[in-house]
Ligand binder design. Structure first.
Ligand code: GDP
Ligand code: MG
Length: 722
């Protein structure tokens, strides 16, 4: 190696960007692998013949940043600063440009002449995208060379560009870090310049920036000048405190935000484009959007889509629902062969009626989930959020509140627990709180069976319409209450809406099946565990304490004597009358038992109040159980009525003909179930996202609000003669 080395060029980039591949392609066999002095980070260097002479190429360790967070970052940065290579070839993985450019910006901030090797353009094109490298070059003011290091393309051009870089001296790039940091940064820079502190080695503004970013190595450097160090530290602490107070963040995060902002402002200017055939798809999406998100047509279509979803669900769901119902009827008929007594009662009235009542809705819920998954995967859900943002703003919510609402059951069948958690994406704490507190008004999957049951019993043939109206009522309640809260307890300004509209896509069958199954399985699992346990508990509460002998014995004696008479009675008419009498007395016995039980006593105790809304003590039992889990409402009602009614009748028929039930009660109950306290798990989720005080607020407020509306509906209904 007798030729003189005319320049050193460093290769740098994120791990896996292709540095080593490029290095090998450049240097061929003329390379040398070693360690950086004193540090076990691999260092590779090699030599390349160029017309002007021999060039040394150094493969720096892969890093994402140049702050001294890791050994690799420190090595890369020290090499650049202390060895002062003539330039750096920054190898970028073009398929994740945004992340890769984060490092590029930091090279530019040090001031070293940067040449960008836009690597993996083959992979990028395979993904259907192209990069306008000219535009990138002019926007960032650096040479950009497209390379495919793996097949040796553009490799030599990249080196040539670095050797002939127009910028001969180091020129640090200054980007703005916003109104909070810029003034301090300037002050620190001036101070460093004034003291002439290490200005030969480091760009002053870079030192100040690293100090603000809390770079431990740079902070240590300053210990050499204790007065300067103290001044710098005071300024940094002041601004950190200020940022913590006003923005709830630290300077280093603000710096990162502004760097990404700088990058995205560049990328947004037409650097990345989708290829023509895929562009066609984007165009098609735009065309579809011009209709689907049209000011008037959009919302109309949205309502039709939702209505269509329910109609289809109910039409198709009927069939498999019948199968599941018959299965449980068969099961309970089978169990009736057991000898009478507590065990049979537990199995038939507790377990089979409870769990069967819930599982009966599984086919329907699966079909509904399938529809929702279709809307989500096709990209239409995002459009719904986009359209609803305009409305939401009026109510003090945010376009992003739509997602928590929809997940909670804005389209029936969701669950408020993940819905409440999805509210995390909301930046403004007040909008988030308003969303948290109103999302539980949506029609979650556990409420659906209640509405289906009541619709089938009191509005036969109008299931879809009832469901649709209930859903709208849930939304209306959420918006009105949000407005109420946002203009009283959680007053504050609203924040702007940014949302990507993904291109429309035909959902894949496998994706839909998987998503649907995930959601459905959650429901089934709950039926098997929580609901089974609560069903048994409620059955026990409905059975014990047992009826006292004084009360039970006379009725039992009556039944017995009627049965003996029936056994010897030959006349058909009298037999029939006796039969009726027997069922009447058995019914009375069961009712007395239930009324005497713990649950019955509790239900009865609050009956004077709940009667205003038309709820009897049986309904009360189920509603209290519903606070534990809404699924329990139907199963408890089923159990309560199974205890006092004919097994073979379908449940909705039984409810429809049960004493004390009418259309007004049904409407009042639907309203109450829609709006009252969130279930226990949701309450815990709200507490975790906000506080226990807000969680308690949601229990008390929602229940009172629901009760007031239920009373109004019932009283109005009764007066109208429903
Ligand atoms: P380094 O971590 O930056 O040194 O990255 P490597 O050079 O080890 O490359 C990482 C992976 O990317 C390897 O599997 C390479 O084969 C692959 N690779 C490198 N350059 C290209 C390229 O231009 N196109 C494609 N498709 N793959 C590449
Ligand atoms: Mg490597």
């Amino acid at each position: 190696m007798s030729e003189p080395v005319i320049a050193t060029i460093a290769l740098a980039g994120n791990p896996n960007a292709g540095k080593t591949t490029l290095f090998n392609a450049l240097t061929g066999s003329r390379q040398h692998v070693g360690n950086y002095p004193g540090i076990t980070v691999e260092k590779k260097e090699g030599y390349v013949d160029t017309p002007a002479g021999l060039t040394r190429v150094v493969d720096l360790p892969g890093t994402y940043s140049l702050t001294a967070y890791s050994q690799e970052e420190l090595v890369a940065r020290d090499f650049l600063i202390h060895e002062r290579p003539q330039g750096v070839i920054n190898v970028l993985d073009a398929t994740s440009l945004e992340r890769n450019l984060y490092l590029t910006v930091q090279f530019l901030e040090i001031g070293i002449p940067v040449t960008v090797a836009l690597n993996m353009v083959d992979a990028l094109e395979a993904k259907g995208m192209t990069i306008d490298s000219q535009r990138l070059a002019s926007l960032m003011n650096v040479p950009v060379v497209r390379t495919v290091a793996r097949s040796d393309k553009g490799v030599r051009e990249a080196l040539d560009a670095a050797m002939n870089h127009p910028q001969k001296v180091w020129q640090p790039l200054h980007i703005s870090y916003g109104p909070d940091l810029d003034p301090v940064l300037q002050e620190m820079t001036d101070l460093i310049k004034e003291r002439n502190f290490l200005t030969q080695t480091y760009p002053p503004r870079w030192l100040a920036l690293k100090f603000l970013e809390n770079d431990l190595v740079v902070r240590q450097l300053f210990e050499a000048d204790s007065e300067l160090h103290r001044n710098m530290r005071d300024m940094a602490d002041d601004v950190a405190r200020h940022c913590e107070k006003t923005l709830k963040t630290q300077p280093e995060f603000i710096v990162a935000d502004y760097r990404y902002g700088y990058i995205s402002s560049i990328l947004r200017q037409g650097v990345l484009t989708i290829q023509p055939d895929l562009q066609g798809r984007a165009d098609l999406s735009d065309k579809i959007d011009s209709v689907l998100t049209h000011q008037l047509a959009g919302p109309t279509i949205m309502l039709c889509v939702l209505y269509g979803l329910f109609s289809v669900t109910f039409a198709i769901g009927q069939v498999p629902m019948g199968w599941v119902e018959s299965f449980f009827e068969w099961l309970s008929a089978l169990a009736m062969h057991m000898p009478g007594g507590l065990a049979r009662s537990l199995i038939v009235d507790g377990i089979i009626a409870g769990v069967g009542g819930v599982l009966g809705f599984v086919p329907l819920i699966l079909i509904m989930f399938l529809g929702i998954t279709f809307l989500e995967d096709s990209g239409y859900m995002a459009r719904m959020a986009y359209m609803l943002d305009r409305v939401f703003r009026i109510f003090g919510l945010h376009g992003s509140s739509v997602v928590p609402f929809i997940i909670s059951g804005g389209i029936p069948g969701g669950c408020a627990v993940p819905g409440v958690m999805a509210a995390r994406t909301l930046r403004s704490p007040k909008e988030k709180l308003a969303t948290l507190l109103t999302a539980p008004f949506m029609v979650c999957g556990a409420k659906v069976p209640v509405f289906i049951l009541l619709a089938a019993a009191f509005f036969p043939g109008h299931g879809a319409r009832v469901m649709f109206l209930i859903t709208l009522a849930g939304w209306a309640a959420a918006l009105v209450v949000a407005k109420l809260l946002r203009s009283s307890v959680i007053r504050g300004p609203s924040t702007p809406f940014v949302m990507e509209l993904p291109p429309y896509r035909m959902p894949t069958a496998i994706g839909m099946v998987l998503h649907t199954w995930e959601r459905g399985w959650q429901y089934i699992k709950k039926a098997g565990t929580v609901i089974l346990a609560i069903s048994i508990l409620i059955w026990a509460m409905m059975t014990f304490p047992a009826l006292s002998v004084e009360v039970a014995a006379p009725i039992e004696a009556q039944i017995e004597s009627l049965e003996t008479r029936l056994a010897s009675e030959p006349v058909e008419e009298i037999r029939l009358a006796l039969h009726n009498d027997i069922s009447e007395f058995s019914l009375r016995l069961k009712e007395e038992t239930l009324a005497n039980s713990l649950a019955g006593r509790m239900g009865r105790a609050i009956e004077p109040v709940t009667a205003w809304a038309g709820f009897d003590w049986r309904t009360n039992i189920s509603l209290v159980g519903g606070i534990a889990a809404k699924e329990v409402i139907v199963s408890t009602l089923a159990t309560a009525h199974a205890l006092s009614d004919d097994q073979t009748q379908s449940f909705s028929e039984r409810i429809a003909s049960a004493p004390g039930w009418n259309t007004s009660v049904a409407v009042s109950l639907m309203i109450f179930v829609l709006l009252y306290s969130p279930c226990f798990v949701t309450v815990v989720a709200i507490a975790r996202e906000a506080s226990w005080a807000w969680a308690a607020f949601s229990v008390v407020f929602n229940t009172s609000f629901a009760f007031a509306l239920a009373v109004a509906a019932y009283q109005l209904g009764m007066r109208m003669g429903w």
